[in-house]
Design a protein around this ligand. Structure first.
Ligand SMILES: Cc1cc2nc3c(=O)[nH]c(=O)nc-3n(C[C@H](O)[C@H](O)[C@H](O)COP(=O)(O)OP(=O)(O)OC[C@H]3O[C@@H](n4cnc5c(N)ncnc54)[C@H](O)[C@@H]3O)c2cc1C
Length: 453
């Protein structure tokens, strides 16, 4: 008979599984880097705490993303679920006309369109693609802890039945989005002092859309407390959201749905398009304060991608592109860390710079987006000294390539300063209003509201 007395006295040691790279989070950033690294022949584990298809907001893509889909081998799949987006419509309650701009008018004319997508579909497609390329994928698996050591990290995750799994990874990629898993652990996440906004959104059927080629365009509609997005999806549903200043959401005394409809009524053009509309599932969502940066995004054995590092206001629909672009560059950085450690320090510095560039370039516009001068310039786009072409390149996401549009963007900014100077009183009032708008309101009701009907 075997002696069980000693066996029961020994504490259970968790099985530690091994892998080269452990990726936390199966959104666009995580699924992209997992696919690329698995394709290089590395042993990659990609875990997602939810199950695909899962809801996510952020449905408007940029033309620069198209090439990334092509390089990932999923271009045709995205095309099949997407609504073609050729440009942007700007609507302002202070202007009688509407302004239309097209990506085909950018400096580089070879990226004229993108898509609007349901994120549940896009994110599932990217996640499954990572598995097809060889990554070991796991859903319903939430990472609880990461402890770094000289040879990598021990990662602990919890499954839905409460059981735990432990891995030893040579490298960890944090792509946990706004959960900012490593940012919280390392206390490297900082609130952006220059910007502060919140969002209310819902999906509608039977909405009046733009006609013809413009049907799939995104509309940006300013209103007194922020701006709206209007994003037409391929199945006939339209996503409508208000990005508003925290003080405005704080004033809410009504159920979220009534408050959202009151907000829509402040933008007559939008209200008119939604006159006969039905709110899908009777659901309005809210999300609280959302602008932050990380102090850094790389370490000896880790890197942070996409929203896990920084989040900026979604006015220019840059989030998915910045997340996926960071994954492409991140895959090179991981390869350097694992294969050519002597070059890692230099590669880290370059990666850190790249990660700051995107948020920085868009933020200049975001901080001024409700300023009357910028609004006038967007409502009367003018290609004087190629400034419109340069602006359209930025709006297309063409910021990491070799397109020589930076001089044009500088001229755009100089024009902005000249017009602001010439309208000094209005500029001063706009600046004061911006400071008031972004004041810290503490924790918002909106941060706790999800799926309130
Ligand atoms: C209101 C709003 C509107 C937006 N509109 C747009 C838009 O129109 N266009 C655009 O491009 N972007 C938009 N964005 C931004 C865009 O959604 C994000 O930038 C993008 O999703 C970032 O991708 P990501 O892969 O970094 O993170 P995510 O897409 O958030 O993916 C992170 C994943 O990690 C998982 N996860 C988190 N923690 C763990 C854990 N501990 N263990 C396992 N898994 C975990 C999450 O479940 C999630 O699936 C918007 C954002 C907001 C808030």
């Amino acid at each position: 008979m075997p002696d069980t007395s000693t066996a029961s006295a020994i504490p259970e040691v968790p099985t530690i599984e091994g892998c080269d790279v452990f990726v936390i989070g199966g959104g666009p950033a995580g699924s992209t880097i997992a696919a690329l690294l698995a394709q290089q022949g590395r042993d990659v584990v990609l875990v997602e705490k939810e199950h695909h298809p899962r809801f996510h907001i952020g449905e408007s893509l940029l033309p620069a993303n198209v090439d990334l889909f092509r390089r990932l081998g999923v271009h045709d799949q995205v095309d099949a679920i997407g609504m073609k987006k050729w440009g942007i419509e700007f609507v302002s309650i202070e202007h009688a006309h509407r302004s239309y701009v097209e990506f085909a008018d950018a400096w580089d004319k070879t990226m004229p369109s993108a898509w609007q997508v349901r994120r549940s579909e896009l994110d599932e497609l990217l996640f499954r693609n990572a598995a097809t390329r060889g990554a070991r994928t796991l859903e319903g698996c939430k990472v609880r802890d990461v402890q770094f050591d000289d040879s990598g990290a021990i990662v602990q995750a919890q499954l839905e039945d409460g059981s735990r799994r432990t891995w030893h990874a040579r490298f960890v990629v944090d792509a946990s989005g706004r959960d900012t898993f490593l940012g919280n652990k390392l206390k490297s996440k900082e609130k952006n002092p220059e910007h502060n906004s919140t969002a209310l959104f819902g999906h509608f059927r039977k909405v009046r859309r733009l006609e013809g080629k413009r049907e799939g365009n995104i509309s940006i509609c300013w209103f007194p407390h922020g701006w709206f997005w209007f994003i037409p999806l391929a199945d006939g549903t339209t996503s409508v959201g208000a990005v508003c200043w925290p003080y405005y959401l704080k004033q809410r005394e009504k159920p979220l749905k009534d408050f959202f409809f009151d907000t829509i009524a402040m933008c007559p053009e939008l209200a008119d398009r939604l006159k006969a509309a039905e709110l899908v599932d009777d659901a309005v969502h809210a999300t609280g304060n959302f602008s932050y940066n990380g102090t850094h995004c790389t370490g000896d054995r880790y890197l942070m991608l996409g929203d896990a590092f920084a989040f900026i206001d979604p006015m220019f629909s840059s989030g998915v592109y910045l997340a996926m672009h960071s994954a492409f560059d991140g895959a090179d950085l991981v390869a350097t860390a694992l294969d050519r450690p002597a070059e890692h320090a230099k590669a880290r510095r370059e990666f850190e710079q790249m990660m700051r560039k995107g948020p920085r370039e868009y933020s200049w516009f975001i901080y001024r987006a409700t300023n009357p001068t910028i609004r006038d310039m967007f409502m009367h786009p003018n290609n004087f000294m190629r400034v419109k072409e340069a602006l359209m390149s930025l709006l297309a996401g063409d910021i990491y390539g070799s397109t020589p549009m930076w001089g044009g963007l500088r001229r755009f900014k100089m024009l902005y300063y000249a017009i602001s100077w010439a309208n000094a009183k209005r500029t001063w009032r706009g600046w004061r209003r911006h400071k008031e708008n972004i004041r810290d309101m503490g924790k918002l009701q909106g941060e706790t509201i999800q799926n309130e009907g």
